[in-house]
Design a protein around this ligand. Structure first.
Ligand code: NAP
Length: 509
């Protein structure tokens, strides 16, 4: 196997060629590498800007970081983990899992760590990608972009933020050297990350201000530790864990009804959330502030058992007036109240619809994905391939997200498509394939039609699922098994292709 070492001294300035180049080593990159290896491919590499596998589960190490999708769903289908210690896993355990799987399946030495991709250009004459990186140029027949939509922190452009003199960091870049003990701390944002950070740090800080722009809906969290007999049963009773996994998967598909099919069904969950809030927050004023003003499901549904009780603490304030400016040692809100703080945690999410990945790739006509998206919102075919970007697969690409089930399910569906595409390329002697514009346009027309009645567009909120034009470019508006079904086979008819030089004449099946 190709041992690639990120040793600057060993750098070679000549371009390196590889058949498949994978960018990023989160669940997408590692999963693709494992499947490629399993299918007998050896000519592939994984470029990773960090120094370890894990992607979002390596970077998001903030206190309380955990997965709000059940553990039984949050693993590769080919590597179930009977050893999960909890029904909802915490970040260190998930990071350990992906690291361990990458080692077990022998793909770690296919990685080049500390290698940041700075640009990628399609060379139409050669029918290849030229990928610029911090470690030189790579030439690849096929590129799999696995950086994911949640990799670039959204740093809010608040007046005066750069003049702040205390500690300030984003939730996905937690400064573990910062000591928050006994300090006055502000958390900006009340999304999924804040939901976990706020209860985790409140007991140790002197005072916590939680700056909320939009109140989220919060459902009960039923996470618990697994008992030893349960773990032994998962390990030793054949098929049990897969059965439970299938059961949980099927139940969660039910959320599609509340979000995409019949949003009115979400009213039941709103009632559950209201009762929960009423039980956990006794102060009517705090309850008023924490009550959402949009339909449940419009933004990502959150679960927590300790967030509301934390807001109700005497040493925690929920601040709902907008932030006007940040000064050297304080935050000033629109009502001109100034609150002193020693540290600020930005739990402000990620650049999603303007993902950095979209700036990196320059397609056949010389435009980047971002430049095209500026005109017509980013569009893909089956969430995975894009017109004008031949031989490129985008993992968790436009409209492939599912916010109620495990994204690993989507990732594995996309990997099926990639593997079948590579096999087709080989069999048909293809140099390149590019999804036809008319096919992509029609696919997106139907998708948008299906999207129109979803709670994401009708629920009265602006979420990160929507881009600047108000188009939902993130989510898949149907059952996840339907996405899997359309990704089962690479549909060559939907593509324009070019033949490889000296390729044998393809013979139809
Ligand atoms: P997020 O859901 O995008 O939440 C960001 C929060 O910051 C929102 O409350 C937002 O307010 C607020 N905000 C953003 N810019 C602001 C500004 N300039 N001023 C004031 N407030 C501002 O981000 P996240 O919590 O990091 O979560 C992102 C995604 O990561 C999640 O939706 C989820 O998919 C994933 N995640 C998953 C887990 C898990 O357990 N699996 C855990 C954490 C994160 P508005 O609501 O008003 O925009």
């Amino acid at each position: 196997m190709n041992q690639q070492v990120a040793d600057p001294a060993a750098r070679d300035t000549s371009p390196r060629h590889t058949h498949v180049l994978i960018i990023g080593s989160g669940f997408s990159g590692v999963g693709t590498a494992i499947r490629l290896s399993h299918e007998g491919y050896t000519d592939f590499l994984v470029l990773e800007r960090g120094n370890d596998v894990g992607g979002t589960w390596r970077d998001n190490s903030y206190p309380g970081a955990a997965c709000d999708v059940p553990s039984q769903l949050y693993s590769y289908s080919f590597a179930l983990n009977p050893n999960w210690s909890r029904s909802f896993s915490k970040q260190p355990e998930i990071h350990r899992y992906i690291r361990e799987v990458s080692e077990r399946y022998g793909v770690r030495d296919k990685h080049i760590f500390g290698c940041e991709v700075t640009g990628a250009r399609w060379n139409d004459a050669a029918g290849q990608w030229e990928v610029q990186t911090s470690q030189g140029l790579f030439i690849a027949d096929v590129v799999v972009a696995g950086a994911g939509p949640l990799s670039d922190p959204n740093l809010p452009d608040i007046k005066g933020i750069h003049t702040y003199e205390g500690e300030i960091f984003h939730s996905a870049r937690w400064d573990h050297t910062a000591d928050l003990q006994g300090k006055r701390v502000a958390v900006i944002g009340t999304g999924a990350s804040a939901m976990q950070i706020v209860p985790s740090i409140a007991p140790e800080v002197a005072h916590l201000d939680v700056y909320q722009r939009t109140a989220p809906w919060i459902l009960p969290h039923f996470g618990r530790r697994y008992l030893l007999p349960e773990r032994l049963a998962y390990k030793y009773i054949p098929g049990l864990q897969r059965l439970i996994r299938t059961g949980i998967y099927s139940m969660r598909e039910g959320f599609v009804f509340t979000q995409a099919k019949y949003p009115v069904a979400a009213r039941f969950f709103e009632l559950v959330a209201r009762v929960k809030m009423w039980l956990e927050i006794r102060d009517p004023e705090l309850r008023r502030k924490a009550t959402p003003n949009h339909r449940l499901g419009c933004k990502r549904m959150l679960i927590s058992s300790d967030y509301y009780p934390t807001l109700a603490r005497a040493d925690v304030d929920l601040v709902t007036d907008g932030i006007k400016e940040i000064r050297e040692h304080s935050i000033v809100t629109s009502d001109d109240t100034e609150r002193e703080v020693d540290a600020i945690v930005l739990a402000t999410g990620f650049n999603v619809s303007d993902s950095a990945t979209y700036d990196l790739f320059t397609g056949r006509d010389g435009r980047t994905i971002a430049e095209i998206a500026d005109i017509e919102s980013v569009q893909a075919y089956k969430g995975t391939v894009l017109n004008n970007f031949p031989n490129l697969f985008v993992m968790l690409g436009p409209n492939s997200g599912t916010n109620y089930t495990s994204l690993i399910y989507v990732i594995e569906s996309q990997i099926n498509y990639i593997i079948d595409a590579l096999a087709t390329m080989k069999k048909q002697g293809l140099q390149s394939f590019e999804v036809r514009r008319d096919v992509q346009v029609e696919y997106n027309r139907q998708l948008r039609q299906q999207m129109a009645s979803t709670v994401w567009l009708t629920g009265g909120c602006h979420s990160w699922f929507l881009d600047e034009k108000g188009t939902n470019t993130m989510l898949w508006p149907d059952f996840s098994f339907r996405l899997r079904r359309i990704l089962r086979k690479f549909d060559l008819d939907a593509f324009d292709t070019t033949a490889r030089a000296n390729a044998p004449v393809a013979v139809a099946d």
